[in-house]
Design a protein around this ligand. Structure first.
Ligand SMILES: NC(=O)N[C@@H](CC(=O)O)C(=O)O
Ligand SMILES: [Zn+2]
Ligand SMILES: [Zn+2]
Length: 434
């Protein structure tokens, strides 16, 4: 297959030849040899996004999302690899739970990874030898699933994972720094007042100090504050930022209500801008969604009863591309490419993915950045039925390809999905661990 005359993120126009599952050639005026061609003049071609933080809810909560619905949503948003988190039922804390989740993941139309979790009941020697993507998110405070753990267990897990060469990702909030005064309130902003910015900074500090002491490397999940990002970056650790912490703040809670409750919570507008600056200037390593679907009915509860989490896997790349269209944001197409593809592939050591280069997996997304559409929950493919980004401008993919196979095509108004079976990205090197 020959993709002709596509505009790459850096503005160069190139032909891209795909052979089998990989990119064979990137060049100018490539001659078609006995293969299909795709005309891409005037369109931009990106490496598929690698979203290292999603919650696809199986096993345990298939009414919120399944691997099938979640992966379709991802494909329709230009995401070609997702990494699932361990707070399912059963939690992914031992070999059996890992194997069970891997069977569900076989329904995925895009590639995937599975993270392992840590609780008092985890079975590290077995879990750490499965084909794990990473150990995490390790919850330093309770979130959905109540998997918060004590410092001693975190440090023990960090040591074991480091011995096995497995990266640890951390949900960094410190419940001792939550503001109990906020519990007297019942407005949506109370959640942000309760789970303070200081609670994130304190937990990032504690986690980074432990990692530095042990010579370990950790990755801080969903950092929501400039303080948290800077502490991690100064310690030489990596960070991700979610689209909601990038684009939403406490001033949006009047409209979002309890649908805007997530962990860590939305911050003040000033902090949001400072987070955005760090995404633009490269202090932040990657964007990951923390796609955490809960149904409308579940979210429609009091601020203390509603579950935490918002969906995001289908809208993340379209939102970032719309941001990159606007020169005033400072966010360039190249930076979007690095934040969504090259950097996650580098940080988590997935060398076959993340770049449009010969030899890499042909995970590709074609977009037309000359126009935008408004996000409507009714057009999305997640099973949760809503989005915090209703009405936002976005650039949705025309098609998404995973290892050389079209998995999604937007055909005028109709969406077409192809049942390509995704693979565990950790299987690619053929290494068998036992
Ligand atoms: N972020 C959230 O508010 N919720 C996540 C869990 C998590 O990532 O902490 C979920 O699984 O619902
Ligand atoms: Zn989390
Ligand atoms: Zn999460």
């Amino acid at each position: 297959m020959l993709i002709r005359n596509a505009t790459l993120a850096d503005g160069r126009q190139r032909d891209v030849r795909v052979r089998g599952e990989t990119i064979a050639e990137v060049g100018r005026d490539l001659e078609p040899d006995d293969e299909g061609t795709i005309e891409a003049t005037g369109k931009r071609l990106f490496p598929g996004m690698m979203d290292v933080h999603v919650h696809f809810r199986q096993p345990g909560y298939p009414h919120k999302e399944t691997w099938e619905s979640g992966s379709r949503a991802a494909a329709a948003g230009g995401v070609t690899t997702v990494v699932d988190q361990p707070n399912t039922d059963p939690p992914t804390i031992d070999g059996e739970a890992f194997d069970q989740k891997a069977e569900f993941a076989a329904d995925s139309i895009i590639d995937w990874g599975i993270n392992g979790g840590v609780t008092a009941d985890w079975i590290p020697n077995v879990l750490l030898r499965r084909r794990l993507f990473a150990l995490g998110e390790v919850f330093l405070a309770d979130s959905t699933g109540d998997m918060g753990i004590e410092t001693a267990l975190f440090e023990a897990a960090l040591e074991l994972a480091t011995e096995e060469g497995v990266t640890v990702t951390v949900h960094a909030e410190d419940a001792d720094r939550f503001n109990d005064d906020a519990r007297a309130r019942d407005d949506a902003d109370a959640w942000s007042a309760y789970r303070t910015a200081e609670a994130e900074a304190a937990a990032v500090t504690r986690a980074c100090e432990a990692a530095e002491r042990m010579g370990a490397r950790i990755h801080i999940a969903h950092t929501s504050t400039p303080e948290g990002i800077d502490i991690a970056a100064d310690a030489g650790m990596t960070t991700e930022v979610t689209p909601h912490h990038l684009l939403l703040s406490r001033k949006d809670l009047g409209e979002l209500g309890t649908f805007g409750r997530m962990n860590p919570p939305l911050r003040r507008e000033k902090r949001r801008r400072e987070v955005y600056d760090r995404v633009v200037d490269g202090t932040v390593d990657m964007i990951a969604t923390d796609h955490a679907p809960h149904t409308r009915e579940e979210k429609d509860a009091s601020i203390w009863d509603a579950p935490s989490g918002v969906p995001g896997v289908e809208t993340v790349l379209p939102l970032l591309l719309a941001e990159a269209r606007d020169p005033d944001t400072g966010l360039t197409y190249e930076r979007v490419r690095d934040l969504t593809a090259a950097n996650p592939a580098d940080v988590f050591d997935v060398p076959q993915k993340g770049r449009i280069e010969p030899g890499k997996d042909a995970d590709l997304v074609l977009v037309d950045t000359t126009e935008t559409t408004e996000i409507r929950a009714g057009d999305l493919h997640t099973d949760c039925g809503w989005t915090p980004f209703e009405g936002f401008e976005a650039v949705f993919p025309e098609w998404t390809m995973v290892r050389g196979t079209m998995v999604y095509e937007r055909d005028s108004d109709e969406d077409v999905f192809y049942g390509h079976q995704g693979e565990n990205v950790r299987d690619a090197d053929g290494e068998v661990l036992e």
